[in-house]
Design a protein around this ligand. Structure first.
Ligand SMILES: Nc1nc2c(c(=O)[nH]1)N[C@H]1C(S)=C(S)[C@@H](COP(=O)(O)O)O[C@H]1N2
Ligand SMILES: [Mo]
Length: 411
């Protein structure tokens, strides 16, 4: 599925003049951005949802509000300076976030560390004196790109924007663990528990956001209280968040209140049944592979809807490329739907293997239709594939075909 750049509606907009088009952009872009589903049935303007209270400070014109707990960044809104501005960063909550009051006195937030030789409860103020690491990294929902799966998996119809590159700052977990005498023998997983209240009468395992990752993920993980230089806001897991770089969004537990080294994976349903790689039509369960490490992926961010002025001549094609567990080391662009590829160049700073890099490629385009694609390869030699890996819930879509942008160039 491709994003259509020159829809009839957008030509009308162009004709209405630049200022009017600019004023109308956000609604048009939102309607377009739910493609493919919305393509034949555009969302009426009155259906554009408002930002929820806990995210009111975000830039509505850069976002697509799917629901109060699922908000994505528009394809063209990540900017070109590597780091995604916080007011444009996507939000995903599996259950409603805790009350805003939990970030009023962040230093008083407590976290239990279990499964170490000397289990201990720390306040956030104490953690701040134990170590410091700034970690540039891609935060991406496991379901980013779900909208392109033809079997229409249930869940949020994310296109490209359930992802951003940000800098989290906190204490290395390895440092904490060392101070507590090391991990107890026989532990295999690192398990983080979210701070949401469990409503009375519900089975805690059915709602608790508790995720386990392999112990080896501890190596580069941190407990973070800051993002992009600001105290971690509630929307992104403040006061304290578990950050596991290279792993999909769900493994980065917000409002983290316990970190435990465990022999088994969490019994929570979000660990046992959700975020599993199962065949289309088959419910996920513990027998299926867990969604943990991210694969390499790139996508074009410019041109993208709602750019209307694509005139023949030189066009700069830009985008972002992430390598997953290793640096993105190569980026190619195709203007003919993947029949031929040319190497593009990375632009902007290299912030390490977990960050994404911005890329640019200048193409001299004659009038006509073009399918623009990008394809990255990481330092471990893994190349972004043409095809998505089909799976029931539509996780980990890194197909370059699915993420193409179709443009119409006029003379
Ligand atoms: N406690 C808690 N942590 C959570 C979630 C949640 O609902 N509760 N959602 C997860 C999911 S599915 C994603 S994609 C990321 C989203 O992070 P963001 O909202 O900061 O963008 O948080 C993860 N961590
Ligand atoms: Mo997610």
């Amino acid at each position: 599925m491709q994003e259509k750049i020159n829809t009839p509606r957008r030509r009308v907009l162009a004709a209405a003049g630049a200022a009017a088009a600019w004023a109308g952009m956000s609604t048009v872009a939102r309607a377009d951005s739910t493609e493919p589903a919305a393509q034949s049935n555009p969302q009426p303007v009155s259906d554009v949802k408002p930002l929820p209270d806990y995210a009111k400070w975000k830039d509505a014109n850069s976002l697509i509000v799917h629901s109060a707990n699922t908000i994505e960044t528009q394809r063209g809104a990540v900017g070109s300076s590597v780091i995604t501005p916080l007011n444009r960063l996507f939000i995903r909550n599996n259950v409603s976030p805790p009350p805003a009051g939990i970030t009023d006195n962040p230093d008083a937030w407590q976290i239990n560390i279990e499964g170490v030789r000397k289990p201990h409860t720390f306040t956030l103020a104490q953690l701040k004196d134990m170590g410091l690491q700034a970690l540039p990294m891609v935060l991406q929902c496991s379901g980013n790109g779900r909208a392109y799966f033809p079997h229409k998996p249930g869940g949020t119809q994310w296109t490209v924007g359930a992802a951003g590159c940000v800098i989290f700052t906190g204490v290395p977990i390895a440092t904490l663990v060392e101070a507590l005498g090391g991990v107890q023998d026989g532990m295999v997983y690192m398990t983080g528990t979210g701070g949401e209240e469990i409503p009375a009468g519900l089975d805690p395992n059915s709602v608790r956001v508790e995720r386990s990752v392999p112990l080896e993920a501890m190596k580069d993980a941190i407990l973070a209280w800051e993002v992009n230089g600001e105290p971690l806001p509630l929307a992104h897991g403040g006061p304290l968040r578990l950050i596991v770089p290279g792993y999909t969004g769900v493994n980065n537990v917000k409002y983290v209140k316990q970190l435990a080294f465990t022999k088994a994976q969490s019994p929570a349903s979000i660990q046992q049944n959700s975020y599993r790689f199962s065949a289309v039509g088959e419910k996920g369960g513990p027998q299926h592979e867990s969604i943990w490490e991210m694969p390499p992926k790139s996508w074009i961010t410019s041109p993208s809807s709602p750019d209307t002025s694509l005139k023949a001549g030189p066009v700069v094609i830009g985008g972002v490329a992430m390598g997953g567990m290793d640096s993105p080391s190569k980026i190619e662009v195709s203007i003919d739907g993947g029949k031929s590829w040319q190497e593009a160049r990375f632009v902007g700073p290299d912030l390490g293997k977990y960050a994404w890099r911005q890329f640019a490629f200048t193409a001299d385009l004659k009038p006509g239709r073009y399918n623009l694609a990008s394809r990255t390869t990481n330092a471990a030699g893994q190349t972004q594939p043409a095809e998505r890996a089909e799976n029931n819930r539509g996780y980990n879509n890194n197909s370059w075909q699915d993420h193409m942008v179709e443009i119409n160039v006029t003379s």
